[in-house]
Design a protein around this ligand. Structure first.
Ligand SMILES: CC(C)(COP(=O)(O)OP(=O)(O)OC[C@H]1O[C@@H](n2cnc3c(N)ncnc32)[C@H](O)[C@@H]1OP(=O)(O)O)[C@@H](O)C(=O)NCCC(=O)NCCS
Length: 133
């Protein structure tokens, strides 16, 4: 399998017929949900606290996802703020018929660290490389 991705493999799953739209391809909303879950993994690991998704930016649906594709989400921390963290999520599909991954979707997911009252809470940053307040 040829690969070109960057970042950490955070989530992989199989696109099933129940996730398809009327054209027979996979719903964009299903792909976004996988990306949100994938992005939350490094965000939670970095923040070590409860988080919520506050924004999704730069979403691009580059290629369709087909039923039966293995859908793989790669993630990289792109920004750490005072209470928020942004994760770049790149999604590749491994088609059943092809010997390489195809990039299908990308987007930036921002999560906010929150306290027990649901209010933003400052992030204790442990890696100075990611600080860009
Ligand atoms: C997330 C939430 C707690 C933020 O509350 P708030 O009062 O807007 O907080 P703030 O204005 O202080 O913003 C908090 C952080 O979010 C960032 N933020 C807010 N809106 C943003 C946006 N549209 N895009 C990117 N970042 C944003 C701010 O820049 C800030 O980050 P920083 O501290 O690193 O600079 C609140 O909006 C909320 O509860 N939203 C619902 C979350 C949710 O249910 N998510 C699931 C949706 S399916």
């Amino acid at each position: 399998m040829q690969t070109e991705h960057q970042g950490e493999l955070s989530l992989s799953t199989i696109a099933m017929p129940a996730d398809a739209n009327a054209n027979g391809d996979i719903f964009g909303g299903w792909v976004m949900a996988q990306m949100d879950l994938a992005g939350s993994i490094p965000a939670k690991k970095a923040v070590k606290n409860r988080i919520v998704t506050v924004a999704v930016d730069k979403m691009k649906f580059l290629r369709p996802v087909k039923v039966g594709d293995r859908v793989v989400c790669y993630t990289q921390i792109s920004r750490v703020g005072r209470t928020s963290i942004t994760i770049q999520v790149d999604v590749y599909a491994e088609r059943m018929t092809e010997e390489k991954e195809v990039k299908v979707t990308e987007g930036d997911f921002t999560y906010v660290s929150i306290n027990n009252n649901g209010l933003p809470q400052a992030i204790a940053v442990t890696n100075p490389d990611f600080v860009s307040r």
